[in-house]
Design a protein around this ligand. Sequence first.
Ligand code: IMP
Length: 476
Amino acid sequence: MNKNKNLKVTPLIGLQWGDEGKGKGVARIASSLSKNDLVTRFQGGNNAGHTIFHKGKSYVFQLIPSGVFGKVKIHLGAGMVINPYAFLKETERIPEEISFLSRLSVSPHAVLVMPTHLFLDSISEKSKGKKKIGSTGKGISPSYTDLVMRRALRIGDISQRDFKNRYKILRDEHKKILKNIFQYKVSDKELRESERNFWQGIKFIRSLIIKNSAELVAETLAKNGKVIAEGAQGTLHDIRFGNYPFVTSSHTFAGGVATGLGIPPALIGGSIGILKAYSTRVGEGPFPTELGGEKSAVWCRDKKVIDEKEKFPHPQIGSMLNSKDEFIQGVALRKAGSEIGAVTGRLRRTGWLDIPLVKFAMKINNTTELVLTKLDVFNNFKKIKVCTHYIIDGKATTKIPFDLSREKIKCIYKSFPIWKGKLSDYHGKPTRLNSRSGELPKEAINYIKYLEKTLGAKIIYVCTGPEEHECIERYW
Ligand code: IMP
């Protein structure tokens, strides 16, 4: 990280549709941070799934900031929606030797996800039929809806005397909506168990440090500490500037840091963008560079991992990746990159890197540095492609139109040759890399340099494997 960012909050934001490897990016950066520094979430809830490999084991964090394995302070910020039981369960999965409770705090302004929010989410999604969004079903949208309707329960309400009563009133309101609008009657049995869990989660939250996000940020900056605001989902999922309505219900881009932590925009510095070397998308919505187009979208919507394994049992990844059939290439890319939803287990749709969309994301995030992830997934490819421009109304452009649907957009692609062998062969080499010593294959360096030039930002880490240390720190 730039030293001159010390007195600013640094947003760390996914530049695509989530699953860019933010967890790993934050974990890598957090490993160099100290106990005076802070990693904080500012939006979303347990719809996120940040996978971190730590000491040979894989962890998926959904609410807890990815800095948990470091020494840093970690915080669940005001703009979040928090499912208390999911939060409790997540903390229980953290190995005992990691002491984190004294470093962890939660904003009183964050919204509580109630059991009935989960019913509302899944039932309303089902009622949309073919027009569904592809929600993770974690109750995110109904929780934010209650916030906007000015009736949500927040973390700070837990200590109020009328909390239980307010809970019951809102729960009954939800039940009424479920019954009257969706003709769904929640049975007492269904609700009993999830409510028991909810109250267990509330008890746990009562034992935690409740702290105002803005105060925590101000205190940290005042002591010259660094602050990382860890985004969840991706920029293209933003409620306003993403591919609406196929978006999540919060502000996922750097603009959300101010409102999600309650800090002045002037305190927010340039952001670090997490960029996967190709694109993926889980759920519905436009995806201009999708390999296999509509066929892939339908396959990933209707099929499960097991179906894909049956249909493509012994993937000849090499030959599939280089198949003439783009759908097959997409399947191979999904397998090579293990592109299966960390939260939902769904097949992620796969496609080439989309420069116009990434440029747009970088612009609205003020991205000044990049972390390039999953470059190693291109091992075994002969060549890969990047969408450099769209053709709209017969003209090449990098401007993003209001309507991104498949029929409206054609992409212009540029091809890149790929190295022979594996980038993992470079693990264990000094992490500081100097191109002059030729430690990475020239094809990889050319690709990295092309991205830097085209996107106008420096790539500070190139990640070539799932472990935290499998990131090469750029040094040229
Ligand atoms: P929701 O946030 O669960 O309502 O889902 C809305 C959309 O965002 C769906 O297309 C989800 O698949 C997508 N989404 C939500 N969280 C994530 C994430 O962490 N990674 C990728 N996609 C996500």
